[in-house]
Design a protein around this ligand. Structure first.
Ligand code: HEC
Length: 425
């Protein structure tokens, strides 16, 4: 709908906002609309005014980024992650914003491709209106505050404080609710410690390079052991029983992280770094599951020898398994079924370099230790930001009263801070 010249003149006479001929002339967060710099949330006229942050990005996160996140990971030619990505041109040299509107509305070459569920008519209209009104970014503050996007779990989290230092290299972290103990493992130091109200005590000095830790529903400690290339279970305080020592007839590389589902299935990763100079007996770097009660492991994901499947965390109600890859710098997600059956592999998020250990909070946010610090992602994989840690963190776990303490393993030091959203019980 076009305004008449008369109404444009009348509007110009009582105009309060700065004049403009393009959004580049407006201060950040405002856009040029009908020759005025306006807050995109205030404009409401003729063709529906759509903006990237408020209207388009939520659809792109949900329906496009499974392919258009880090090409060529899922065959798509370009990223559609940042507003800067969509300002570019298509392969044919057209503005990408116009190409997006064209492709989502296309009958012959639709996006998402025909193999996927189509967009709704309303979603298609959002792209068309957005392109027709200039493809503005809008204001990042206008991102929908819906249940999916949620509340930033980093807001109000105080700076981390040191619990204890002087270790060689910490990784494993697991909270035991029954004993109110945080187990933490120093791999090169060959020791598993317990942190309780009374302070830190040595729990086990096994000499097997303990790495990832988990506590099962019987409150028994499960350990990924690099030296013995196995996963073990500690019964009581002293008896260590192997859970699995071989894949078919081959030694593992050296298990890295472990997770246990409520029904007792044990997942573990087995990256190349666990080899520590020993001969490789398995020609992939796997994610394995040992179903409850079983004595053998199934390889449920097989990465190339250059990949680094690392940290593991289960999401709310064990429904999702997250796995970081410290070479690809991604977090993959899988749906988890009965007794460790997994399906629907997807890229959940792209992270800062070297993502390692993970934890999930009660709102479904995913926390990951990376070379940048402790990063937090919303349940759709959108990055909230990063909590700085004085050393490079390798792992994170919720513990303490009400699971509101965030414990962070970082090289020589165990840190903690207070979470605003608790962990998953
Ligand atoms: C299942 C994977 C997948 C999903 C989901 C997907 N795309 Fe694509 N997209 C592709 C592939 C593969 C191509 C390259 C082949 C082609 O152009 O058809 C592509 C090409 C495109 C192109 C053309 C790029 C160019 O430079 O010519 C646009 C635009 C596009 N996609 C937009 C979208 C949008 C917007 C969405 C979400 C609404 C989306 N895609 C969802 C896989 C996907």
């Amino acid at each position: 709908m076009k305004r008449s010249w008369l109404s444009v003149l009348v509007l110009a006479a009582c105009r309060q906002n700065p004049e403009c001929f393009g959004s580049d002339e407006c201060v950040a967060g405002t856009i040029c609309f009908e020759q005025e710099c306006r807050d995109p949330r205030d404009v409401d006229a003729g063709p529906v005014m759509r903006t990237w942050f408020r209207d388009v990005e939520p659809i792109v996160i949900a329906r496009c980024q499974s392919c258009h996140a880090r090409p060529p990971v899922n065959q798509a030619p370009m990223s559609l992650v940042e507003y800067n990505d969509v300002r570019g041109t298509s392969l044919a040299g057209n503005p990408l914003i116009a190409e997006m509107a064209l492709r989502v509305a296309s009958n012959t070459e639709p996006m998402p491709p025909v193999s996927q569920e189509p967009l709704t008519a309303e979603q298609i209209q959002v792209f068309v209106d957005w392109a027709a009104t200039g493809g503005a970014p809008g204001n990042a503050g206008s991102r929908p505050d819906s249940g999916v996007i949620g509340q930033n779990p980093l807001l109000g989290v105080p700076a981390v404080t040191q619990v204890q230092t002087g270790y060689l290299d910490l990784f494993g972290l697991a909270w035991n609710n029954a004993g109110e103990v945080l187990f933490f493992a120093d791999g090169p130091g060959n020791t598993i410690y317990g942190l309780a109200q009374t302070g830190v005590q040595t729990f086990r000095t096994p000499g097997d390079i303990p790495r990832g830790l988990a506590v099962d529903s019987m409150n028994q400690l499960i350990t990924a052991e690099v030296a013995l290339r196995r996963v073990s279970r500690t019964v009581g305080e002293a008896t260590v029983l192997p859970v699995v020592e071989l894949f078919e007839t081959h030694a593992f590389n050296g298990p890295y992280d472990v997770e246990v589902t409520g029904d007792g299935a044990i997942f573990f990763t087995d990256p190349a770094e666990g080899l520590m100079g020993r001969a490789r007996e398995i020609n992939f770097n796997g994610l394995y599951v040992v179903p409850s009660g079983a004595a053998t492991a199934n390889a449920v994901w097989q990465g190339p020898v250059g990949s680094a499947p690392s940290g593991l965390a289960l999401g709310t109600a064990d429904g999702v398994l997250y796995m970081s890859d410290a070479v690809d710098d991604v977090i993959r997600a899988f749906d988890v079924g009965f007794n460790g059956a997994i399906s629907n592999e997807r890229i959940f998020a792209l992270t800062a370099p070297e993502p390692r250990g993970l934890a999930v909070d009660a709102a479904g946010n995913v926390w990951v230790a990376t070379s940048a610090g402790l990063e937090a992602y919303n349940p759709s994989g959108l990055r909230w930001g990063v909590l700085l840690v004085p050393r490079i963190p390798s792992n994170v776990a919720f513990g303490g009263n009400g699971l509101t303490t965030l414990y962070i393993a970082a090289e020589s030091t165990l840190y903690r801070t207070v979470a605003t959203i608790p962990g998953i019980p």
